[in-house]
Design a binder for this molecule. Structure first.
Ligand code: VGL
Ligand code: ZN
Length: 200
């Protein structure tokens, strides 16, 4: 495959998803150095950043009596409720301090108070675009490699929607770490394979 048409998408490598963070993913910090090294092999590198306003509707505290990691029905479907995380401008929302940030694009998502956004391409209503597709297409990109956090949420949703949009998608599972909530890793792995995503 022509390397000029490939982009690396690094999903949500932020302090709150790393050990010690508000929504820590086990081993989240282990993937920073190898992802930094991988960046040199791609002509286009995109970093995504989960970037929620205070009181975001995906936070359990925004729903009276709801516990973190429970689910609620939203107008756009079922939504897992999370501990407060990645609040705009906080240290938790900052990239892991060792992550290279000399990327082409830093895409922020999850800003709409009423809709969560796991995917780098669409909000969780699966209809509101982030604009990343247009950016990649105008740069001539046809194939994407994804790495980052968390395998079974933001990485998986981004991979499935990228495949749906017609990109050739590879997920570097060795450079991802999972939350694995109630079997979510197995479920989302199956959905990625079904969507035609290559897992390596
Ligand atoms: C994520 C849960 C909530 C992720 C973001 O980056 O996978 N997970 N917000
Ligand atoms: Zn989030």
């Amino acid at each position: 495959m022509n390397p000029d048409t490939q982009a690396l998408i690094v999903i949500d490598l932020q302090n709150d998803f790393c050990p010690g963070g508000a929504l820590a993913v086990a081993g989240g910090d282990e993937i920073v150095a190898p992802i930094n090294a991988l960046m040199d092999r791609f002509p286009v590198v995109v970093l995504t950043q989960d970037w929620h306003p205070k009181g975001h509707s995906s936070f359990a505290f925004s729903h009276a009596g709801a516990a973190p990691f429970s689910t609620v029905q939203m107008p756009y479907g079922e939504q897992t409720l999370w501990p407060d995380h990645c609040i705009q401008g906080t240290e938790g929302a900052a990239f892991h301090p060792a992550l290279r940030t000399d990327a082409d694009v830093i895409l922020r998502k999850g800003m709409n108070p009423a809709i969560d956004s796991y995917s780098a391409f669409f909000e969780n209503d699966r209809a509101t675009p982030t604009g990343l597709e247009g950016y990649l297409r105008t740069r001539g990109i046809t194939a994407l490699t994804l790495a980052g956090l968390a395998t079974d949420f933001c990485v998986a949703y981004s991979a499935i929607e990228a495949a749906r949009l017609g990109f050739t998608v590879t997920v570097r599972t060795d450079l991802c770490r999972a939350i694995d909530l109630g079997g979510s890793l197995a479920a989302m792995t199956a959905q990625m394979l079904e969507a035609g995503v290559t897992l390596v």
